[in-house]
Design a protein around this ligand. Sequence first.
Ligand code: FAD
Ligand code: NAD
Length: 471
Amino acid sequence: ATEAEEKDLVVIGGGVAGYVAAIKAGQAGLKVTCIEKRGALGGTCLNVGCIPSKSLLNNSHMYHSILHDTKNRGIDVGDVKLNLAQMMKAKETSVSGLTKGIEFLFKKNNVEYIKGTGAFTDEHTIAVNLLDGGETSVKGKNIIIATGSEATPFPGLTIDEEKIITSTGAIALQKVPKKMVVIGGGIIGLEMGSVWSRLGSEVTVVEFLGQIGGPGMDNEIAKLTQKLLTKQGMKFKLNTKVMGGDDSGETVKINVEAAKGGKEELLDADVVLVAIGRRPYTAGLNFEKIGLEADDKGRLVIDQEFRTKIPHIRVIGDCTFGPMLAHKAEEEGVAVAEFITKGYGHVNYGAIPSVMYSHPEVAWVGQNEQELKAADVKYKSGSFPFSANSRAKTNLDTEGIVKFLADAETDRILGVHIVGPNAGEMIAEATLALEYGASCEDVARTSHAHPTLSEAFKEAAMATYDKAIHY
Ligand code: FAD
Ligand code: NAD
């Protein structure tokens, strides 16, 4: 092993959290090394998460629309066929372009990139098991842990990424399964369930709770979303527990039981997607050896400045607290680099948007109605349906609503919840409004171009403190 010079900063993990921190610190003139074991930068998000799933979501949506939604638009198409191999290739092209882009940004910002697995040997030293064989070690004045997360396994079901899969298998299936059972009706279950349902699978989602969408989704929006996805052909079993499974036969048998009443049922599937959440990934890091702590969920413990109890070691992204989202990881990447280089940084955890890239999309920011009720906050709400929006009508894409929640007295926006076309882009406007402490009236008195979907956003704001014009 060779002993390298001491760097200003060593980042373990080249995912969104880690690579952003490395670039930001490099821009400030620090000598930075980033260690990544995957062989490609960008982490879960770029390689097996956000990006490949969105490629498949976009292209499966196009396929499904061409099959079912062209005649009424005056477009007669001939024989439409799925070329799954090409759809996967298109996905790979998006992924490889973006991961190589980060390598370029590393070079541009003087970040050294080491391909290998890092483990602490002491508070300042990381031993690296190199991907191409051999070892090296790196010393850092500052160290950032950004090792991300992994799929939570389901006890009793062995993941083989072919018959019993996580999201990683779900973005790489080589043929369309006839029947797919999805365990967990959160974001991964609904996004990947949508992809395979559009491509022809019979998809049944089994969810333990009484509503879909995972943590954070507003009750009313979750109900509406479930209705829309059901219309598209997905089936839902809510309040249902998976008791176990048997994958010894040609198909997988999944035992489920209703939470109330205990009615049992046997589901049959060619492929079972386990999507019950993700957990922090810190295996092999040796963090215990140097005295760092994880909580009962495996999240590395930090303070407000991302510091562990060893102050020059900080943690960001999925392997610590907060929502497991790429843009949250990115915010933390910038903030942590600023803490190191300037002594201050900032992330507003109250204004981090969530987007589910189904069709229509579901997006929200701030608090939902059930949270406001639980906290006994006096609020008012206003909504506007896309069916009354002129652009949605011209697009023949009118399902969904925009819903505002605002302080009953001051009119200050507390949360915005959207299900509808382009909700994922529209939520940026809500996030900005929330960041600036806007009232509903501020939004409603801002001119929005006509005819755009964003007029539904403006009118929902208007409906919260007064009456909407078009509904
Ligand atoms: P990661 O991206 O997991 O990166 C950590 C990196 O560290 C990994 O590449 C890993 O190989 C590396 N590593 C781990 N241990 C070591 C070690 N000891 N030495 C060297 N390297 C190591 N979020 C969104 O905001 N929008 C989305 O649309 C979205 N879609 C998703 C779809 C799917 C299917 C999945 C699974 C996730 C999705 N997410 C999405 C979540 C998003 O991917 C994560 O929140 C994000 O990747 C977290 O970034 P991170 O840098 O903390 O961790
Ligand atoms: P999730 O937490 O969003 O949803 C998991 C769902 O599984 C919940 O509804 C939960 O009630 C249910 N569940 C848990 N145990 C169960 C059981 N035993 N049986 C049946 N249901 C059970 O988790 P996920 O969908 O796996 O996603 C993981 C992470 O990845 C999330 O943090 C998510 O934000 C992130 N992600 C984000 C996006 C996006 O931003 N578009 C896309 C994919 C993933």
